[in-house]
Unconditional design. Structure first.
Length: 244
């Protein structure tokens, strides 16, 4: 059944919102003081993000569940003819996907804030509160942080494109485990945004929301988790096309 542009937008908004609600939610549960999951550790966060992707992909199945501008740009670079049944790869459809992803990411972050509002009201370092919403480097070095995001996103998009050439039909579960693997292996330096919308939408939410005791939204770093994943996604799409 062909998908309309309205359905694409709504699908991407809902799927990306669920991705961010659960993804930012697991971070909040692990790092905000007083939660049931406080100090749960990095493995809890990586598996939480993987399951967030699992849920988001199912929620956005109508649109092909991009949930990530890097995936959209990767498909564009790969030479795909359709993003979803009846949805041609062109400038208009690309903009609809990107808009849905950004709006969904913003809304999901707002919902995560609502879920943990009383914990945001407690005393915590401003950087900890920002970390619920967006990524930040363990060691700040913009060029190396950028490269890490390129590599992590390249793995994500390239393997997703390769899934299409296999008969396994694992679908969302395979993507979820891939995200867990990237987080465990490559997430240490930057917190593995590997998704421009996942970082930028929540960072905007952090800037706008009335979060008690919040500090800077760290806009000086914000370009890294936006441009790095886009470059990684495009490179993955080009390589996958070359191997086809």
């Amino acid at each position: 059944m062909d998908v309309t542009m309205t359905q694409v937008f709504i699908s991407e908004v809902i799927g990306t919102a669920i991705l961010l609600l659960l993804g930012a939610g697991v971070v909040a549960n692990v790092i905000l003081p007083g939660t049931k999951g406080f100090n749960g550790g990095w493995i809890v966060i990586t598996f939480g993000w993987g399951l967030a992707v699992f849920a988001g992909v199912y929620a956005a199945y109508r649109s092909g569940a991009h949930l990530n501008p890097a995936v959209t740009f990767g498909l564009l670079a790969n030479g795909a003819e359709e993003y979803a049944p009846g949805v041609p790869v062109d400038a208009m459809s690309t903009l609809v996907y990107l808009a849905g992803e950004m709006v969904g990411a913003f809304l999901g972050a707002v919902l995560a804030f609502v879920a943990y509002k009383k914990h945001f009201d407690e005393d915590a370092d401003p950087a900890t509160k920002l970390a619920v919403f967006s990524t930040g480097p363990a060691i700040r070095s913009y060029s190396w942080n950028f490269l890490t995001e390129v590599l992590g996103t390249f793995v994500l998009v390239f393997i997703i494109l390769m899934f299409g050439n296999t008969p396994s039909e694992l679908g969302p579960l395979a993507v979820a485990m891939l995200v867990v693997g990237i987080g465990l292996s490559l997430g240490g330096p930057t917190g593995y945004a590997i998704n421009p919308a996942r970082d930028l939408g929540p960072r905007i939410a952090h800037a706008l929301l009335p979060i008690k005791g919040k500090g800077s939204s760290d806009w000086g770093y914000a370009w890294v988790p936006v441009l790095g994943p886009i470059v990684g996604g495009v490179l993955a799409g080009l390589l996958a096309a070359g191997l086809a």
